[in-house]
Design a protein around this ligand. Structure first.
Ligand code: DGL
Length: 289
């Protein structure tokens, strides 16, 4: 079934705690040039990496409802911590409206088991993601013989998001995160936080040139494309789509760091106040055909 143009040309909602999800948005913009995107960075509540599962589930429900109320036809959780805590929750919440929710953990895990030759895979991620054991489960279901070594990196996303100078102390901290992976002799490392691809060269240098780094963007973009096609929801435009930004913190700070990471202009950045989940279900616009 193909939905009418009004629905097909609605935006894809993408969100993260901050600017890390732009590493996923980059791939989406390349793979789906005719789609519109609405990106939300929950910068007022950054970082997500030390939040509890319950907090992250509540944040994701609020953000999902905001994006859907603004017309999103599909949601991408471009944040590993949020995916690990709330993917199934959000999928259930929007299933009856016919809105697919796509996360980053499964696509990355599947890519990692395909990439490894030794069966030894490493994971760098936030404490919330490592503590959830979501990657252990996803890797085990993709290939039960692959061994995962996980390292929680409490400081790395804040270092990237806040643009800390990459001084010797930061380098020593990041080297400390990489050390257990070298000791475990992994040949593949999952960048299990969407902020980390922004410092890919530094991580590749520390881990060594023979280690394959896995980031979720391309695999997520493929899934989004398939999901839209399956529901007849791909944009029917021949022209380039647009992309807009929402953030919960200071929009000028978001614009400044976002422009650096997007390497494209952030023309529209709007500050948004999120409402408690469930407080405006009548406004949900999706599901119309
Ligand atoms: N980009 C995020 C993730 O993928 C969040 C980092 C954070 O907010 O701590 O986990």
């Amino acid at each position: 079934m193909v939905a009418h143009a009004g629905v097909r040309n609605r935006p894809i909602g993408v969100f993260d705690s901050g600017v890390g999800g732009m590493t996923v948005l980059h791939e989406l913009l390349v793979a789906l040039p005719h789609e519109d995107f609405l990106y939300l960075g929950d910068t007022a509540r950054f970082p997500y990496g030390d939040r509890t599962r319950e907090e992250l589930q509540a944040f994701c429900a609020e953000i999902g409802e905001e994006l859907v109320a603004r017309g999103a036809k599909l949601l991408v959780i471009a944040c590993n911590s949020a995916t690990a805590a709330a993917l199934s929750d959000l999928q259930e919440r929007f299933a009856s409206a016919g809105i697919d929710v796509i996360g980053v953990v499964t696509p990355e895990s599947q890519a990692a088991v395909v990439a490894t030759h030794t069966g030894r895979v490493g994971l760098l991620a936030t404490p919330a993601t490592v503590g959830s054991a979501a990657y252990e489960r996803a890797i085990a279901s993709a290939d039960a013989h692959v061994r995962l070594t996980s390292v929680a990196c409490p400081d790395l996303a804040p270092i990237i998001q806040n643009g800390f100078p990459f001084d010797e102390q930061v380098m020593a901290t990041v080297r400390g995160y990489c050390r257990p992976l070298a000791e475990a002799q992994v040949d593949t490392v999952i960048l299990g936080c969407t902020h980390y691809p922004l410092v890919r060269p530094m991580l590749q240098r520390m881990l060594g040139p023979r280690v394959t780094l896995i980031a979720p963007g391309a695999a997520v973009a493929r899934r989004v494309e398939c999901a839209l096609e399956a529901r007849g929801l791909s944009s029917d435009r021949a022209t380039e789509g647009d992309y807009r930004f929402l953030c919960t913190g200071d929009p000028e700070v978001f614009r400044a760091i976002g422009t650096r990471f997007m390497q494209m202009p952030l023309t529209s950045v709007e500050q948004v106040e999120l409402l408690p989940a469930g407080s405006r279900s009548a406004d949900l616009v999706a599901g119309e055909s």
